[in-house]
Design a protein around this ligand. Structure first.
Ligand code: ZN
Length: 284
């Protein structure tokens, strides 16, 4: 149900087969372990815990949330006794909007019946935070853009970056800002990198890092242009619908088929942000 991969000694990624190829990670020390993000569904997060606690015989002492979105943070409660770490803003957003979203989800879906929002115990507002586990240093890196609270976790010795959702096969900006995302991506480009674990999708290898950054920034440039041009159309909403993800140079099969919907959300969000109104449709 989850796909496990080893990206460096004692560093693992876990990918959901069910939900948009979302990734979590773990760093395993002598006596204890750190988990980076949880997965979308309780059973998936529990499978991570089973692997670490039952197979590797380590206790999860820390869980880091890269941002507050449900598919990365709602599994906090499945690591009882662990300290949760995040940006200060992530804690705020989980408190204000995460709790509401969970209550809403529970109205129609029993999947999250046992889920509780556990707010981070340790937060970073500014400056540098490093978590040391054995001979590995996990450095928190500010990476907003997909959401305002985004951080990445950079394992200095292994040159592995857990980027969170600021880096996905297709950028998702609906809860963020594309200019801020561009800057975060450029900042990642300044790091020495062996692997990038994207928030969703396959692991990016060293040789692909620069082209992947360019590719994502290019996509952001393309949708900027589309949204500008759409305003000249009588029915901008229809114009946006025609600009499929393939027209923007990306495949619709990305992220288990979620890519086209993410792309259309990006266009509608950006249109509203730039033009100050919702795009008009033929049958509205
Ligand atoms: Zn997200």
């Amino acid at each position: 149900m989850i796909h496990r991969e080893r990206v460096a000694d004692d560093v693992y990624t876990f990918q959901s087969d069910i939900y948009a190829q979302v990734n979590a990670g773990a760093v395993i020390g002598q006596d204890w372990a750190v988990v980076i993000d949880t997965l979308a569904f309780p059973d998936e997060t529990l499978a991570i815990r089973e692997f670490i606690e039952d197979e590797l015989k380590r206790k999860v002492r820390y869980v880091i949330n890269t941002h507050y979105h449900a598919d990365h943070s709602w599994g906090n409660c499945y690591f009882p006794g662990a300290y949760i770490l995040s940006s200060a803003l992530c804690r705020d957003l989980l408190d204000k909007s995460g709790k509401k979203s969970l209550a809403k989800a529970l109205e129609s879906d029993s999947t999250f019946q046992k889920t509780q929002i556990i707010l981070p115990h340790l937060t970073l507002t500014e400056g540098v935070l490093e978590l040391i586990i054995g001979d590995k240093t996990l450095r928190f890196i500010d990476l907003p853009g997909h959401s305002p609270d985004g951080i990445g976790v950079y394992i200095i010795e292994d040159e592995v970056l857990f980027a969170g959702d600021v880096w996905m096969p297709i950028p998702h900006i609906v809860d963020g800002d594309s200019e801020v995302m561009r800057e975060s991506l450029r900042n990642i480009g300044k790091l020495t990198i062996e692997n990038v674990v994207q928030g969703h999708g396959e692991v990016i290898l060293r040789g692909e890092v620069n082209s992947s950054i360019k590719d994502r920034i290019h996509y952001l440039d393309v949708i900027d242009k589309i949204v500008d041009d759409a305003a000249l159309d009588d029915f901008p909403g229809e114009y946006l619908k025609e600009k499929t993800i393939e027209e923007c140079g990306k495949s619709r099969i990305l992220l288990g088929g979620a890519a086209e919907e993410i792309h259309q959300q990006n266009l509608r969000h950006l249109y509203e942000k730039v033009h100050g109104e919702k795009p008009r449709y033929l049958n509205a």
